[in-house]
Design a protein around this ligand. Structure first.
Ligand code: GUN
Length: 291
């Protein structure tokens, strides 16, 4: 069994990006500038956005954190988005999801300038991705493709089962794995909450990508020997014995599934750090395109 080490791989990618930024500085060029908009005080979102800003510092990017109260109106957020679109200093930005219930997420994502949409959530980027055109690829699926690539996992003609059809992970993942290319060229099955007898699919899978958010959902008796397992789950499970009051659990019963797997991602230290590294990669690309 080989551990797909997202922590190490993401550090390698950050080192590569830092070298490019250093070269940009030496040429007297503007360095990439990422902005992140956070509306409200959701604990997990605060943690993620904090990590994104710290990662910018680490690679030599400029960063701006825009914190807005939970009471922010849709109008106010759309005005902030317009301001970021027009601010020439900002190369790319993200609006951290989920947004408070009173704000229409689709309206906000549509308002983001597609050339600054380093999350790859705008329909223009999503459509281009599906059509094999150059586009910003959503960071989590992009990070998974990068892990499969760097660890030489064979995806060609393999049965790939994706669990979960979210716009951020499952749906784009199913598209990327079915595209021509390497990684890619998989025969993809996209399973979700209405799928019947899901284990009939997972048992036949060469590669399973789980983005469900149900702790330890995938058990050893649901997978075949030699499977590759990518665990995108990061659920906070209350645990008073930990200083933070919770532990992070993935979708996979790691202890038992890893005994049958040829490749598997840990949680934490698998897909999570890759997401941040790929957001940086998208921001570097945004700067280069705007250059
Ligand atoms: N919420 C969970 N994942 C993401 C992500 O990749 N980008 C944004 N903007 N919000 C998220």
């Amino acid at each position: 069994m080989t551990l797909l080490d997202g922590k190490k791989t993401s550090n390698d990618i950050k080192d590569e990006i830092a070298l490019e930024v250093q070269a940009m500085k030496e040429r007297g060029e503007k360095v990439p500038h990422l902005a992140a908009v956070l509306v409200g005080e959701d604990g997990a979102s605060l943690t993620y956005v904090g990590s994104k800003v710290r990662a910018c510092e680490r690679v030599g990017f400029e960063s701006t954190l825009v914190k807005m109260p939970a009471s922010t109106s849709e109008e106010e957020l759309l005005a902030k988005v317009k301001e970021l679109n027009e601010n020439d200093a900002i190369d790319g930005y993200i609006v951290q999801l989920p947004l408070p219930k009173h704000i229409d997420e689709q309206k906000v994502l549509l308002a983001v300038d597609s050339e600054k949409d380093v999350d790859g959530f705008h329909p223009e980027n999503f459509g281009k991705m599906a059509l094999d055109m150059p586009a910003f690829i959503p960071a989590t699926p992009y990070g998974i493709m990068e892990l499969l690539d760097r660890y030489d996992v064979d995806t060609q003609g393999k049965n790939t089962v994706v669990i979960g059809r979210s716009h951020i992970v499952g749906r784009p993942m199913s598209i990327l794995m079915s595209r021509k290319g390497n990684p890619g060229n998989s025969t993809v099955t996209l399973t979700h909450s209405r799928t019947q007898n899901i284990e009939e699919f997972t048992k036949e899978a060469d590669i399973i990508i789980s983005a469900l958010g149900v702790p330890e959902f995938l058990k050893a008796d649901m997978v075949k020997e030699g499977v590759t397992v990518i665990d995108v789950g990061i659920t906070r499970v209350p645990d008073e014995s930990h200083p933070k009051g919770y532990v992070i659990k993935g979708d996979v019963d790691f202890e038992n599934v890893s005994a049958k797997a040829s490749f598997i991602t840990p949680v934490p230290g698998g897909v999570g750090p890759m997401t941040i590294a790929m957001l940086l990669k998208n921001t570097l690309l945004a700067r280069k395109v705007r250059q």
